[in-house]
Design a protein around this ligand. Structure first.
Ligand SMILES: *Cc1c(COP(=O)(O)O)cnc(C)c1O
Length: 232
């Protein structure tokens, strides 16, 4: 059994050290504990250790866990998302991190309006320009942000990326740098209704490099909850 409290403490310390190395305030980085495939009991153990934000990449799993916890935990949807599943997220996902098309943004808008809420989203960027990966092309990110700025009931809070798989976390650094400059570039345009206060990048294998390069939200699963039983 994983010692979740101990793992969380260690991850938080590593985030703080990476932030300090880069001359950043450790408090400027949010830790999203990625609980996908793990039981509600493990989420409760993390909550007892002070963790409040969790990431899930399967919509029904997020819904079931959110409901099981009576809304006490904050969940982010972090994985690829089909339009027909958005309905389960409205009012449950505090942030939908993986919006990569106008159609998806429009569907989130439609259902948010219907439910009288505004939904916070991130635009997922395919920073490695990989064929099979979700996310918009970096050159298209600003266009999608501008589309969302005119779409009611969705609020763009920033960008999210998963760089190409790298054996050595140092190899991910150029992708994080490119994301940070794209983030600053879009932020500097002060587009209406666009906040650009969240840059979500960094996972178990590379979160320290991501923090050094300007990440404000790291999504860490394995280092907190242990290995997952199946690939997801
Ligand atoms: C699973 C997942 C993570 C966490 O991965 P770890 O390597 O276990 O930290 C982060 N982001 C996304 C989008 C994921 O699907």
């Amino acid at each position: 059994m994983e010692d979740i409290a101990k793992n969380l403490k260690s991850v938080r310390e590593r985030i703080a050290s990476a932030a300090l190395r880069a001359g950043r305030d450790p408090g400027s980085v949010t830790l999203i504990a990625v609980s996908k495939t793990k039981p509600v009991e493990m989420i409760e153990a993390a909550m007892a250790a002070g963790q409040t934000v969790f990431g899930e990449n399967r919509v029904q799993e997020l819904r079931d866990k959110y409901d099981a916890l009576g809304g006490r935990a904050v969940f982010h949807q972090i994985g690829g998302l089909q339009k027909n599943k958005v309905k389960y997220l409205i009012g449950r996902a505090a942030l939908i991190e993986s919006v990569d098309s106008r159609e998806l943004a429009a569907e989130i808008s439609r259902l948010s309006q219907k439910n009288g809420v505004t939904t916070d989203i991130l635009i997922q960027v395919n920073i490695g320009r990989e064929l099979q990966k979700s996310g918009v092309d970096p050159d298209e990110a600003e266009n999608l942000v501008r589309f969302c700025s005119e779409t009611p009931a969705v609020r763009v809070r920033g960008l999210m990326a998963i760089p190409p798989k790298c054996e050595n976390p140092e190899d991910a650094r150029p992708y994080f740098k490119e994301m940070y400059s794209l983030f600053l570039d879009i932020k500097s345009k002060n587009i209406d209704n666009i906040y650009m206060d969240i840059l979500s990048m960094g996972m178990t294998n590379d979160f320290e490099v991501a923090v050094e390069e300007g990440s404000t939200a790291v999504r860490v699963g394995t280092a907190i909850f242990g290995k997952r039983d199946y690939m997801i």
